[in-house]
Design a protein around this ligand. Structure first.
Ligand code: SAH
Length: 507
């Protein structure tokens, strides 16, 4: 199946266990073309944000014991929305047909004559085990796996048959059992299972917040209680649990268990966020600043002066992007740069130039990638009296570059391309920030904006997490603001920032 959602149809879509990477392509395609979404509590963060802005989002999430919307009402709503001709996406945690009441919803559609489709998905029952390092089957250890609900069910249906499960020589995975761990373990032992049978609880499986407790049936309840594991969680019982020792790849990643705040503007944050998440970190995105283009005048003047200029200098990737946008708008392309030298302050602006087909001529050596460093590089490479340097940069840029060049007799035209504006984080976000282990800063302005925002919500600088900084200018700004800087990138790039962070955690 593929294609956008069709009007008048209900899609019962599994959203996977929590990791946004485990959402199927079909699920994403349908979310992106939905008119209305009925969303469960346990769906990956950010998935519903993929829906069109105009789509209606209905939160039918059930908090244990507190049904936000009764199942009958959900069924009725699904049918009514489809009959009104809308594209209806019902987003459900894990697989829609495994303890997800997807069957009931499909039957309701069927009964009303409403067309429906089911999108199967990765279930928590198996994926939480996999990410905890527990293969649910193994040829020599467990030749079958049973998935049951530990919930007592409605209408006094009662417990699963623990006597039968206790006799299993395979793996048993129990869902909806976190609050009944003691009961589950006791019932299995009472049914004849050996008290030393390996057992584990995996909470928030497949997410950066995953936590695993390994014990035996006899000790599980106490171990889980001590660890105060959060929901949702699965219980897994069987000898395969012992394999975790060697197979625990997920929780062994270098940044697993580390909460990192990322403060760069959202447009630029994605590569840093992706790298950190890949290494296992839980990332809190705090876009303290937003990039806002300035009126075109100064950049257009810079474009028009290219024929007289000797050097074109960029201090950021944002400046590069804005410049090339205006270059094109004025009917020119990279050939307009052929007669001059292109200078950049660091790898981000160098990469941005390359994306536009221009290889920078001048980049300061590692360790000197600042405005002052660029002055040194340029002056040792022939910038002198009368040289015309066009500098494209932010409104509040590093004055060391302009002052330094002028001190060497250069004519400097500054083109202010954009400014960074504060995007105040919510009180909730600032509170989350305080719980982070580290905060990354990629510019001095993000330092200032974050500290301001924290103060606005009554949080002292001393309560903010220690910082990892992208370079000397940022470090100086952070220290001046009263932050504790734990590490600094060897060179101002995202890769190097991540390296510094990993090294710091390893210590
Ligand atoms: N259809 C879902 C299950 C819904 S029942 C699926 O296929 O995964 C809800 C139960 O699923 C929770 O009580 C918990 O036992 C389990 N669960 C869901 N997400 C989980 C996760 N990320 N980690 C551990 N258990 C999870």
């Amino acid at each position: 199946m593929s294609g956008a959602a069709r009007p008048g149809t209900v899609y019962l879509v599994g959203a996977g266990p929590g990791d946004p990477g485990l959402v199927t392509r079909r699920a994403l395609e349908l979310v992106r073309s939905a008119d209305v979404l009925l969303i469960d509590r346990l769906v990956p963060v950010g998935l519903a944000d993929e829906a069109p802005a105009a789509a209606e989002r209905i939160d039918v999430g059930k908090v244990a014991g507190n049904h936000a919307m009764a199942q009958d009402d959900i069924n009725a709503r699904l049918v009514a929305e489809a009959q009104a001709g809308r594209r209806v996406v019902r987003l459900k945690g894990g697989d829609p047909y495994l303890f997800g009441r997807g069957g009931e919803e499909a039957l309701a559609c069927r009964e009303a004559g409403v067309p429906f489709e089911v999108v199967p998905a990765v279930t928590s029952a198996f994926s939480a085990c996999a990410d905890a390092g527990i293969p649910v089957t193994h040829r020599d250890i467990a030749r079958h796996v049973t998935v049951v609900t530990a919930s007592a069910g409605r209408d006094g249906q009662g417990d699963p048959d623990y006597g039968w499960l206790a006799q299993s020589d395979g793996t048993v995975v129990l869902l909806m059992g976190l609050r009944r761990v003691a009961h589950v373990a006791a019932a299995l032992i009472a049914g004849g299972a050996p008290p030393d049978r390996p057992a584990a609880v995996v909470a928030r499986g497949t997410t950066a917040a995953q936590r695993t407790v390994v014990a035996t049936l006899a000790t599980l309840a106490e171990a889980v209680g001590q660890a105060a594991l959060p929901s949702p969680a699965i219980i897994v019982v069987g000898d395969v649990v012992a394999l975790r020792d060697g197979l625990d790849w997920f929780e062994q990643r270098p940044l697993f268990g580390t909460r990192v705040a990322v403060t760069r503007a959202r447009a630029q944050a994605s590569s840093l966020v992706a790298r950190l998440a890949d290494l296992g970190a839980e990332v809190v995105e705090a876009p303290a600043i937003r990039i806002e283009p300035l009126p075109v005048g100064e950049v257009d003047a810079a474009v028009d002066s290219l024929d007289d200029a000797h050097v074109l200098a960029f201090t950021s990737a944002n400046g590069v992007e804005r410049f090339f946008e205006r270059l094109a708008a004025r009917g020119r392309d990279a050939r307009a740069l052929s007669g001059l030298r292109v200078a950049v302050v660091g790898t981000a602006s160098a990469d941005a130039c390359r994306r536009h087909g221009v290889e920078p001529d001048v980049i300061p050596p590692v360790g000197a990638r600042t405005g002052a460093g660029l002055v040194d590089s340029l002056t040792t490479q022939g910038v002198e009296h009368g040289t015309l340097v066009v500098v494209v940069r932010a409104e509040a840029g590093d004055e060391a570059l302009v002052d330094g060049l002028r001190a060497h007799g250069a004519h400097v035209h500054v083109a202010r391309a954009y400014r960074t504006v504060v995007e105040p984080p919510s009180a909730d976000l600032v509170a989350q920030l305080r719980d982070c282990d580290l905060v990354t800063f990629t510019s001095a302005s993000t330092v200032h904006h974050l500290v301001e925002a924290a103060a606005a919500h009554g949080i002292a600088v001393g309560d903010l997490p220690p910082a990892i900084s992208i370079g000397p200018t940022t470090t100086a700004a952070a220290e001046a603001a009263g932050l504790h800087v734990r590490a600094q990138a060897a060179e101002p790039s995202v890769a190097s920032l991540v390296e510094a962070l990993v090294a710091d955690r390893a210590r």
